[in-house]
Design a protein. Structure first.
Length: 246
């Protein structure tokens, strides 16, 4: 974990919850386009797709190669060890089991309170770093029914953090009302084909941690809910591009 008190960022700064997935990669590009100084934070909570902890480091390095704003604006990366939380909040993402719909009407991949815990840790780091903006890739348009991805949940979380930390935090969720095709389109708007290609090649979404097979939309098993959303979104994105070029 980084030394949080080193190199205090500029006033117009943000901390991005960065997993190394498609959504957090687009959010990182958005933050770099929006703020003068951007830092990132990742969470090791014992996830089955732990490969994302390696992927995110590769992505951060590549961002500086293909996204010009990253060279001047991308700063510290912080990693939090939350394996204890992952053991308590057991789900199909933290143990070997099939992803199915539970009797609660939620997929078994739901990790109870995961995003809420992430924001508490992010706020603690941001407070020490002098950062007021927290950026997350949560979305309630194309998501798996997770209640901690909803706009009303995160608005309430923002209020709690402001009260509990006594800092004027803003939780930014630039993808909240976008579907996956629109998220792909946003990545192209922000960084052109170079950013789209980077996200396809280097980001990781698959819940199974599969990196063996390369699809047009990237690597993954192709069958889990995360892969299906990414695949369908990419196909619709290509259709949108073809229609726009006619």
């Amino acid at each position: 974990m980084s030394a949080y008190l080193d190199q205090v960022p500029a006033a117009n700064s943000a901390l991005v919850l960065f997993s190394g997935g498609q959504d957090s990669s687009v959010c990182l590009a958005w933050a770099l386009d929006t703020y003068d100084r951007v830092e990132t934070i990742g969470f090791d909570y014992g996830q089955r797709h732990a490969i994302e902890m390696t992927i995110r480091q590769n992505l951060l390095s590549r961002f500086r190669d293909v996204y010009p704003l990253a060279r001047a604006r991308l700063g510290e990366d912080h990693v939090c060890d939350l394996k204890g939380f992952g053991a308590v909040a057991e789900s199909s993402l933290t143990r070997e089991s099939a992803i199915v719909m539970t009797e609660r009407g939620l997929p078994s991949s739901f990790v109870p309170g995961r995003n809420l815990v992430f924001f508490v840790y992010a706020a603690a780091v941001a407070d020490r770093r002098g950062i007021d903006h927290l950026v997350g890739g949560m979305c309630e348009t194309d998501f798996s029914g997770y209640p901690d991805c909803r706009a009303e949940t995160l608005k309430a979380m923002e209020t709690v953090l402001n009260l509990g930390v006594e800092r004027p935090f803003t939780i930014d969720t630039p993808l909240m009302y976008l579907n996956k095709a629109q998220t792909w389109a946003l990545s192209q708007d922000l960084g052109g084909e170079a950013l789209v290609d980077l996200i396809v090649e280097e980001s990781h979404t698959c819940y199974m941690g599969e990196r063996g097979e390369r699809h047009p939309w990237g690597y993954g098993c192709g069958d889990c809910p995360a892969c299906q959303l990414r695949k369908t979104g990419f196909e619709h994105f290509l259709e949108m591009k073809q229609h726009a070029e006619r």
